[in-house]
Ligand binder design. Sequence first.
Ligand code: HEC
Length: 86
Amino acid sequence: MIERVQCGSCHVIPGVDWPKGRLGPSLDGMDQQGLVAGTFPNTPQNLAAFIRNAPAVKPGTVMPAMPIDDREARDVAQYLIEESKR
Ligand code: HEC
């Protein structure tokens, strides 16, 4: 899923070897981070909302809206939090 929508072209993601894009911030350590995109408290809900449609929750952000549904966004948020704990 993360591979399909190409998050890795902009982000370093734990558990995803390639590509390791550098446009966006690394997504390693998301379980330790206080704020999502420097803006929202890092709750699973906020993380999922940002992942799905970043411009809707943070106007002006460089991260584009992603072609995924709510459930997929929650799965990705969960994955990032779990992978970061390893
Ligand atoms: C076109 C490049 C691009 C793609 C594709 C992209 N992102 Fe991002 N992402 C960014 C940028 C740039 C930021 C920084 C946004 C900001 O701080 O406003 C960001 C920020 C984030 C953050 C917040 C990180 C933090 O440190 O707070 C998360 C989480 C995130 N992206 C997850 C994803 C996921 C998951 C995908 C795939 C579904 C994805 N991104 C696809 C460019 C991208």
